[in-house]
Design a protein. Structure first.
Length: 181
């Protein structure tokens, strides 16, 4: 059970980490170019920037490559089992990372339609939309189905909101965040 959880976290790092890179390197022009949707509210809002999106996607791919290096030097096979054709591995982790950022963007689109201002959290949607999109995008590849078996997919859906909460509580305790959620 603990190995299943650890394996799931490992497999999902290329989808988990993009948002951290977006937070670190985001800023500048918003993706919606400050435009409003037909309801008069912003399409995505100021929290979704072009630089953040690009940095997120690239960051996720870099993390996946570091994972490959770590697997090979410590002698365990998760991502390396599908990296014999490196370009296929690259495509897989790109789709996980790109799917994650696109899901994050779609989540903001939904929040703006509901009238939620930037930064206001919507539990479940904030924590799972990126994961659903990452799964959906990457599922176009056979390699995804070889690695992300049903037990992994389900574990991902269960542990992701819990991990989110855990990381936030830790950041709050370390005084990196003002609120614990
Ligand atoms: N960020 C970015 N570009 C993105 C995604 C995130 O620049 N495509 C940066 C922004 O600085 C954003 C921060 O990362 O404020 C945190 O991301 P997130 O929580 O997803 O955005 P929020 O500001 O909370 O906005 P929203 O209400 O739309 O979720
Ligand atoms: Mg937010």
């Amino acid at each position: 059970m603990i190995t299943l959880v650890l394996k799931t976290i490992w497999l999902l790092l290329p989808a988990y980490t993009p948002n951290n890179f977006a937070v670190l390197f985001g800023g500048g022009k918003p993706i919606d170019l400050n435009k409003n949707f037909i309801d008069g509210r912003r399409i995505f809002g100021d929290g979704k920037t072009i630089r953040g999106f690009v940095a997120g996607v690239i960051g996720g791919i870099i993390v996946a490559n570091l994972q490959l290096i770590i697997e090979r030097s410590f002698g365990f096979e998760v991502y390396s089992s599908v990296a014999h054709v490196y370009i296929r591995f690259l495509l897989l982790v790109f789709l996980l990372s790109f799917g994650s950022m696109t899901g994050d963007l779609f989540g903001s689109f939904v929040k703006r339609r509901l009238g939620f201002e930037r930064g206001r959290s919507l539990p479940v949607l904030d924590q799972l939309m990126f994961l659903v999109f990452a799964y959906a995008f990457a599922s176009a590849l056979d390699e995804f189905h070889m690695l992300f078996t049903m037990d992994i997919l389900i574990t991902g859906v269960i542990i992701t909101p819990a991990l989110h909460l855990l990381v936030n509580v830790m950041a709050y305790k370390l005084k990196l965040k003002d609120v614990w959620w």
